[in-house]
Design a protein around this ligand. Structure first.
Ligand code: TYD
Ligand code: MG
Length: 447
């Protein structure tokens, strides 16, 4: 007969121990351990008597082509991966008040025109949902419910088999069938696991919303990221009140796409042409340079801003945000070495307007030009764009995907493109090419 084994499990975080403890070493909660008896299990926790599983070859697995659900909101559809895949479990997270409920209600509204969509509002009452819907001018076949008990939600979904379910938010759901605390990570995980099973078994797409709290690592949806098919973040930009939708995990699409929205009086409006905003706001001034980076499939215009002033301290300051600190310091060192400009005696302030963060070597040339432009107090010509990498030897190197950037530059009427000498053979008058950093000086001096 197998020996009866006993273990204790923390009801808050699922930490396991063989002895009862007063305080959990994992989550520091008191009096959370409950006894569990493991009967007839082997050393590895597997029940001894099983019937085995059925194995199958690739050719016997059938796949059916499933149409993705598109909303018609271009920015949403592109980031999601060209529509929602039936049977997938997605999670949309972001700070409270960022616009998750608003965006999800709009998405639900558009999808409800062709699909059966259920909206479970576990956080807000139905009256509150109605007030929001009126503000968004939504009047569709969407069905709402404000029940938060997960067993009830699952039973309803299994019975009616809708195409899409939205649960806003997952943190407010609770389970009646578990000994774990409501709102604990252990329960959140259990609920998410059940929803994943429900989505896969019934081929129903489910979108969960969740907020990132200050201690989001523990209580928030961070812990759920590995369990779901896709994770999207809705973040706020300081300029233009822009909301950026970003995929951080996507089993059915890429994770580089960004979607831009603006919170207006009637909900979230997509900003299909964010580059036009950047162009309108940037003015030719010393230290400002426009560059472009590829975010997903779309080249984004970004304005770099540099300010150099003679340092009053023994050690000069470097205050850099939006780009890698080392990248700017390195380019400053290259310019100092090859152009004999004493940037080390200058304080350097560097930022990206709009509070974006970018990591790309395509902006090397832009950084160099921004530093030189501020140093010489001379603006670059109007409507110019810098696209190039710089090597440690001071050579200017071509970038990948140049054609995509050139097309975007043409669309926005750029008159000057600063590029590497061997970037492209067919030279037009818009292109101004440089082989080394020495040649950059001719833009600012008469040499
Ligand atoms: P909400 O979608 O409730 O955010 P979340 O679900 O992420 O917590 O959005 C709340 C904010 O958006 C609130 O401050 C009001 C504002 N808002 C608008 O500005 N316009 C609108 O049309 C709506 C519906 C909300
Ligand atoms: Mg909300």
């Amino acid at each position: 007969m197998s020996k009866q084994k006993i273990s204790y499990s923390c009801q808050s975080c699922s930490y396991k121990t063989v002895k009862w403890l007063g305080c959990c070493p994992e989550c520091s909660q008191w009096d959370t351990f409950k006894k569990k008896e493991l009967i007839g299990k082997t050393k590895h926790g597997v029940t001894k008597k099983t019937t085995g599983v059925h194995l199958t070859s690739l050719e016997n697995i059938t796949t059916k082509k499933q149409e993705r659900m598109r909303t018609g909101i271009g920015e949403w559809d592109r980031v999601i991966g060209n529509g929602i895949v039936p049977g997938s479990l997605l999670i949309l997270t972001g700070d409270p008040g960022i616009g998750k409920s608003t965006l999800l209600l709009q998405v639900a509204h558009y999808l409800a025109q062709k699909n059966a969509v259920f909206y479970f509002s576990t956080e807000e009452s139905l009256q509150q949902v109605k007030i929001r819907a009126q503000r968004l001018n939504i009047d569709s076949s969407l069905l709402f419910c404000d029940v938060a008990q997960i067993e009830n939600i699952i039973a309803t979904i299994e019975k009616h088999q809708p195409d899409l379910v939205i649960i806003d938010s997952i943190q407010n759901c609770y389970s009646a069938n578990t000994t774990n605390f409501a709102g604990s990570i252990a329960q959140l995980r259990e609920i998410t696991f059940e929803l994943m099973r429900l989505a896969k078994e019934n081929n129903i797409a489910i979108i969960l919303s969740g907020h990132v709290t200050k201690d989001g690592h523990i209580a928030g949806p961070k812990t759920l990221e590995h369990m779901v098919d896709a994770v999207f973040y809705l973040q706020k930009e300081d300029r233009w009140q822009t909301r950026i939708l970003r995929a951080v995990k996507n089993r059915f699409g890429t994770i580089n796409e960004l979607g831009f929205f603006q919170m207006g009086a009637n909900g979230m409006q997509e900003i299909a042409n964010i580059n036009q905003n950047v162009l309108n706001e940037s003015s030719p001034a010393a230290g400002s340079v426009l560059v472009s980076v590829l975010e997903g499939s779309r080249p984004l215009l970004i304005e770099l801003q540099a300010l150099t002033i003679p340092s009053k301290l023994a050690v000069s300051q470097r205050v850099i945000s939006g780009v890698d600190h080392k990248q700017v310091v390195l380019i400053a060192a290259i310019l100092e070495k090859y152009l004999q400009i004493r940037l080390s005696a200058q304080d350097i302030f560097f930022k990206i307007s709009g509070g974006m963060r970018i990591k790309s070597s395509c902006i090397d040339l832009g950084i160099a030009l921004a530093l030189l432009s501020s140093y010489f107090q001379l603006p670059l010509p109007k409507k110019s764009l810098a696209l190039g990498e710089i090597s440690l030897t001071g050579q200017i190197k071509p970038i990948n995907h140049f054609d995509q950037f050139a097309k975007e530059a043409k669309k926005f009427g750029f008159e000057r493109l600063f590029v590497a000498k061997n970037q492209t053979p067919n030279q037009t008058k818009q292109l101004m090419s440089f082989a080394t950093v020495y040649e950059l000086l001719k833009l600012f001096t008469n040499e």
